[in-house]
Design a binder for this molecule. Structure first.
Ligand code: HEC
Ligand code: HEC
Ligand code: HEC
Ligand code: HEC
Ligand code: HEC
Ligand code: HEC
Ligand code: HEC
Length: 259
């Protein structure tokens, strides 16, 4: 049995098979049309070619998409590219695109969780992007329809229209003193799916910075980082708090990213 999915923005998300039973029972009297589960009842897989007739642009661009490679097992196995995420499409096709006849995973990440199980956990961590609540969708950062679903080159600072900077414009600068770390990508310090640390940081303390800035102990009581003794600084808090390197993304005034 498939996990239940949400297919309209107004329906609640139910988390498991048991909840699916509950959903069926509790909603029947309310509105049957919003009941269509992800695997649309009674619908059969028709294959990607069938979608081309009406969604030509999406289908044409799909040939090099990560998910275009998915196929179904079994004697009747055919490519289920589009339908892996949208559910079997026969009813949708027959009805010429009737409302509620197909799943749109843009409305809920449940479709994606079905195959990417670990992502449900990552998006439940204390600091995360608001995907579970439906304010954002996986497709804000991943391209479902064309090219690589993860495009590593578009998450760094060098590309202006990078997927992070289209929403977080201020972290992209331009700065007088930029922090070269961001050239390697926002992911050198952030886990965009979620983290136990605030601000989705990969580490909550100096270890975040010491990934790249090595500390050297030259003599007792002296800890050199970037050529300066940090022994007394390290006890004050994180590297980016309390007037040390608050402008961690870049600065207009301070070459040592103080503010
Ligand atoms: C006979 C024409 C036709 C065919 C074939 C067709 N669609 Fe559609 N589809 C439509 C129309 C019309 C709409 C509604 C208008 C729109 O959003 O473009 C639609 C909407 C959609 C939506 C958005 C639904 C929503 O609620 O947001 C998805 C997803 C979709 N189609 C996927 C598919 C897939 C996958 C296939 C192949 C299995 C397919 N379509 C085949 C006509 C068609
Ligand atoms: C990896 C999962 C995935 C696959 C595979 C996939 N789609 Fe989608 N589709 C999505 C997501 C996610 C959205 C919502 C897009 C958004 O929110 O921007 C979407 C939206 C749509 C829509 C609604 C219009 C729109 O662009 O928002 C149509 C139509 C559609 N897909 C057709 C297709 C067709 C045709 C194929 C196969 C050629 C396909 N999809 C394959 C995930 C997928
Ligand atoms: C039917 C199962 C299925 C569904 C549904 C599905 N995926 Fe995937 N996805 C896969 C498979 C299989 C791969 C290839 C894994 C690999 O190559 O390691 C993949 C690859 C990916 C990758 C690239 C992983 C990499 O390491 O390059 C991303 C990102 C991704 N999917 C996101 C999504 C999103 C977002 C959705 C929902 C819109 C989604 N997937 C829905 C099965 C699925
Ligand atoms: C805020 C942007 C963002 C959102 C939202 C997002 N991702 Fe990602 N995702 C990324 C980035 C960036 C990477 C590459 C990670 C890296 O290079 O360290 C990635 C990598 C992945 C990968 C491949 C590597 C891995 O971690 O397994 C998969 C699969 C994936 N994402 C699935 C999803 C799914 C499913 C959703 C929605 C539930 C989602 N992502 C939402 C930014 C995002
Ligand atoms: C579609 C818009 C969008 C994209 C793309 C996006 N984000 Fe976000 N980001 C948000 C929203 C919305 C929040 C939540 C803000 C809040 O809760 O106040 C957020 C929160 C954050 C936070 C935590 C901020 C805080 O104050 O706790 C960090 C860090 C972050 N995003 C990094 C990234 C990175 C890195 C990427 C690229 C992989 C990315 N974002 C892509 C919209 C986006
Ligand atoms: C060198 C590590 C590092 C890199 C690289 C980095 N960040 Fe951050 N980011 C941080 C730290 C540390 C904080 C927490 C700052 C605080 O709490 O005052 C933060 C906070 C944030 C916030 C929350 C708002 C704020 O400014 O405090 C957002 C949004 C954000 N980062 C986005 C991004 C984006 C987008 C990129 C890539 C362009 C990026 N970060 C690259 C370390 C980094
Ligand atoms: C991905 C690697 C990377 C990470 C992680 C990183 N940095 Fe950097 N940082 C660099 C590089 C590269 C430079 C430029 C070369 C240099 O000065 O070492 C730099 C320069 C700096 C400078 C300017 C040094 C100067 O005086 O010119 C400061 C300050 C700094 N980083 C602080 C931090 C802090 C604080 C953190 C943790 C929040 C951090 N860095 C995390 C790579 C990184």
């Amino acid at each position: 049995m498939k996990l239940p999915l949400r297919w309209t923005k107004n329906t609640l998300i139910f988390g498991g098979i048991a909840a699916w039973g509950l959903l069926l029972v509790s909603c029947v009297s309310v509105n049957r049309s919003v009941m269509a589960p992800p695997s649309v009842p009674g619908a059969k897989f028709v294959g990607t070619k069938a979608c081309a007739e009406c969604h030509e642009t999406v289908t044409t661009g799909f040939h090099d998409a990560t998910h275009a490679k998915l196929t179904a097992d079994g004697g009747n196995g055919q490519d289920i590219g589009c339908e892996a995420c949208h559910g079997p499409g026969s009813i949708h096709v027959k009805s010429g695109g009737g409302a509620g006849s197909i799943v749109n995973p843009g409305n809920s990440p449940e479709t994606c969780f079905q195959c990417h199980l670990d992502k449900r956990g990552e998006f439940s961590l204390p600091s995360t992007h608001p995907v579970a609540s439906g304010k954002m969708s996986c497709s804000d950062c991943h391209s479902p329809h064309t090219g690589e679903a993860v495009n590593e080159t578009n998450t760094g600072m060098s590309t202006l229209n990078s997927s992070c900077l289209k929403c977080h414009t201020s972290q992209g600068g331009p700065y007088v003193f930029e922090h070269e770390a961001s050239r390697e990508g926002c992911m050198s310090c952030h886990s965009p799916h979620g983290s136990v640390n605030p601000k989705m940081l990969k580490a909550r303390n100096a270890n975040l910075c010491l990934q790249c800035h090595f500390q050297e102990q030259t003599s007792a009581g002296v800890i050199l980082i970037g050529g300066r003794d940090h022994a007394s600084f390290l006890s004050r808090g994180t590297c980016w708090s309390g007037g040390c390197h608050e402008a961690v993304h870049g600065s207009h005034v301070s070459s040592s990213l103080r503010f």
